[in-house]
Design a protein around this ligand. Structure first.
Ligand SMILES: Cc1ncc(COP(=O)(O)O)c(C=O)c1O
Length: 356
């Protein structure tokens, strides 16, 4: 059988959740499990994340899936709802949703009596400069006053556009958030994703919202997971399926982009972009065999890649780590001009999945 397998390490997930607890001991943890738990498989991750306080998802469907699996923790819908009908379901199911535009507020107020929404927690989003979702600082205070007057419990929330770097917008976003928070006291607050959890301990407030750090990938371009004391949760593995000896001037793969300059041993591995392995290849890229990095050569095909095994012991059936504990997903991403988040989320259905 073709070997292409995604292994999920539940203990690593628990370890990383514990790291969040160490870093933000006074905040509740909203574990972000949107997009199928960043591609890790929401069902398996929920089981390993049982010690979290709440879950964060992008939309109602993702929240309902969690409820159907039997989990009763609070769930926040970070993009809010997309229709009036969805708002009634949010209220009925006692989900917590972000509101970021006036129509959502009207739906909330219209339906609160019918579904007994008294005290329902509502996350009110401040657009502090990212200009994606949210009310501007000039309008949000009135929105919050209105929701409070209807007995909703408000959580003031925002998202940093550059928490992973030292961009000047960070200070502006932070100051706006603090000013609005002060004007709306008493109010619950939440503004930290993974990068901000590390960077801004003074902004942890009531709820932190870790995503990528739970899965053991880095939110920062200049700090890897070892420096952050996180453990990679996913290992993506395949096998060597063929070995070839080639001579100088022979080429490998589609487009003949690689030409040997001397005799070499190459191995073909059962993985390709049809499994979700990236094809972009803008910088030299590697896989790992027995914890040793091994260079890739030529183009990534739909089902196969080629690697240079001239200097290592390799046989048909030898296991190859595409990413995991030895070859970090963030390094594969950097070699392909993207971020670990994207590679994790866009794996295809083809690799088998196994939880350890
Ligand atoms: C509103 C919000 N909060 C938290 C997160 C988690 O971010 P990260 O995965 O960088 O920790 C995201 C991710 O996209 C988000 O959109």
């Amino acid at each position: 059988m073709r070997q292409a397998t995604v292994y999920i390490d539940s203990e690593a997930l628990q370890y990383n959740l514990n790291r969040v607890k160490q870093l933000a001991p006074h905040s509740k943890i909203v574990s972000m499990v949107k997009a199928n738990a960043y591609g890790h498989g929401v069902k398996d991750c929920l089981a390993a994340l049982s010690a979290t306080d709440a879950f964060g998802v992008a939309c109602l469907e993702e929240a309902l899936e969690i409820r159907q699996l039997g989990y009763t923790q609070p769930i926040t819908l970070i993009e809010g709802v997309f229709s009036e009908d969805e708002m009634t379901q949010v209220i009925e199911q006692k989900l917590e949703c972000v509101v970021h535009q006036n129509q959502q507020i009207e739906w909330l107020i219209t339906h609160k009596e019918r579904y007994n929404a008294l005290g329902l927690k509502v996350w009110v989003k401040l657009n502090s400069g990212m200009n994606r979702l949210g009310f501007k600082a000039t309008e949000i205070i009135e929105v919050i006053q209105r929701l409070k007057s209807h007995d909703f419990t408000c959580v003031l929330t925002m998202h940093f556009a550059n928490a992973d770097s030292d961009h000047p917008l960070n200070e502006q976003q932070k100051n706006q958030f603090l000013q609005v928070k002060q004007a709306c006291e008493p109010i619950l607050a939440s503004c930290c994703n993974s990068a901000a959890i590390y960077k801004y301990p003074e902004l942890h407030f009531d709820f932190v919202r870790p995503g990528i750090m739970l899965y053991g990938a880095t939110p920062f371009a200049d700090q890897n997971v070892h420096a952050l004391d996180l453990k990679p949760v996913m290992s993506f593995e395949a096998e060597i399926i063929a070995l070839n000896k080639i001579q100088a001037n022979e080429c490998v793969g589609y487009g003949s982009t690689f030409t040997a300059t001397q005799p070499m041993n190459i191995a073909i591995v059962s993985i390709g972009y049809g499994d979700g392995y990236p094809r972009a290849y803008i910088k030299p890229n590697f896989v790992a065999i027995n914890q040793q990095l091994v260079p890739m050569i030529g183009r990534v095909s739909m089902d196969m890649i080629a690697i240079d095994v001239t200097h290592i012991q390799a046989e048909i059936g030898t296991k190859v780590e595409l990413w995991g504990k030895s070859r970090l997903v963030d390094d594969v991403a950097a070699a392909n001009g993207t971020i670990g988040y994207e590679l994790l989320c866009r794996l295809s259905q083809r690799p088998k999945r196994q939880v350890t």
